[in-house]
Design a protein around this ligand. Structure first.
Ligand SMILES: Nc1ncnc2c1ncn2[C@@H]1O[C@H](COP(=O)(O)OP(=O)(O)OP(=O)(O)O)[C@@H](O)[C@H]1O
Ligand SMILES: O=C(O)C1=C[C@@H](O)[C@@H](O)[C@H](O)C1
Ligand SMILES: [Mg+2]
Length: 190
C-alpha cells in the first residue's frame, strides 16, 4: 500500500517539475468525454491551477446557449481561441480543460502543437457520452438531435484531436481520479 502512495507522489512530483518547463497541460475531446471533470482531478493530482475555457467564457459572456443564439458559433470560436491563447501565454502553467470545439481553430491547433504544451485527447464511447450529457442540455451544438449530432461532430473532429494530442486516454469506464493519475504517468513517465 505504501508503495502505491509513493509511486503516485513521485509521479505528482515529476509532473510538478515538468510543469516548470511547460505552458500547460491541456485536455481536448468531445462533449461528455470528461475534460472538465478529469481536469479538476488532474489539477489536484499535480498541484497545478485549473482553468476551464468554457467557464471563463461564461464568467465574461454569460451562458453559452444565449451567446450562441445572440452572436453565433463563429463569434464563440473566436472568443474561445482568444481565451486559450491568453491562458497558455501566462507565466504560471495550469491544467486547461478546453471546450469540445476548441480544436476547430487553426490558431489554437498550432498553439497546442508546440512542444511546451502537453495535450491529452480524452475519448469516450457515444453511448456513454450521451448518457453523461443528459440530452445535450446546455450544449447548443447538440440541439435538436443530440445522438446524431454528437457522432457527426466527432467524425469531423477526431482527426483534429489526434493532430494535437501527445496522449490519448479513454474515459468510458474509469472514474475521473483514476484517469487523472493515468494521465500523470503517461505525460511524465518514470
Ligand atoms: N470518468 C467519468 N465517469 C463517469 N462520469 C463522468 C466521468 N467524467 C465525467 N463524467 C460526468 O459526465 C458529465 C460531463 O462531464 P464533463 O462536463 O467533464 O465533460 P466535458 O468533456 O467537459 O464536456 P464539454 O465539452 O461539454 O465541456 C458530468 O456530469 C460528469 O460528472
Ligand atoms: O463541442 C462543442 O462545440 C462545444 C462544447 C462545449 O465544451 C462548449 O464549448 C460549447 O457548448 C461548444
Ligand atoms: Mg467541459
Amino acid at each position: 500500500m505504501a508503495g502505491a502512495l509513493e509511486a503516485r507522489l513521485a509521479a505528482s512530483a515529476r509532473a510538478g517539475e515538468d510543469a516548470g518547463t511547460r505552458r500547460g497541460l491541456v485536455l481536448v475531446g468531445p462533449m461528455g468525454a470528461g475534460k472538465t471533470t478529469v481536469g479538476r482531478a488532474l489539477a489536484e493530482a499535480t498541484g497545478l491551477a485549473f482553468v476551464d475555457s468554457d467557464d471563463l467564457l461564461v464568467q465574461v459572456h454569460g451562458p453559452i446557449p444565449a451567446f450562441f443564439a445572440e452572436h453565433g458559433e463563429r463569434a464563440f470560436r473566436a472568443e474561445e481561441a482568444r481565451v486559450i491563447e491568453h491562458v497558455l501565454s501566462r507565466a504560471v502553467p495550469c491544467v486547461l480543460a478546453s471546450g469540445g470545439g476548441a480544436v476547430l481553430s487553426p490558431g489554437t491547433r498550432s498553439l497546442l502543437s508546440r512542444p511546451e504544451v502537453a495535450v491529452v485527447y480524452l475519448r469516450v464511447t457515444e453511448a456513454e457520452a450521451l448518457r453523461r450529457l443528459d440530452s445535450g442540455a446546455g450544449r447548443p451544438v447538440l440541439a435538436g438531435d443530440p445522438a446524431g449530432t454528437w457522432s457527426r461532430i466527432l467524425a469531423e473532429r477526431d482527426p483534429l484531436y489526434h493532430e494535437v494530442a501527445d496522449l490519448v486516454v479513454d474515459t468510458t469506464s474509469d472514474p475521473a481520479r483514476e484517469l487523472a493519475w493515468r494521465i500523470v504517468e503517461g505525460i511524465c513517465p518514470r
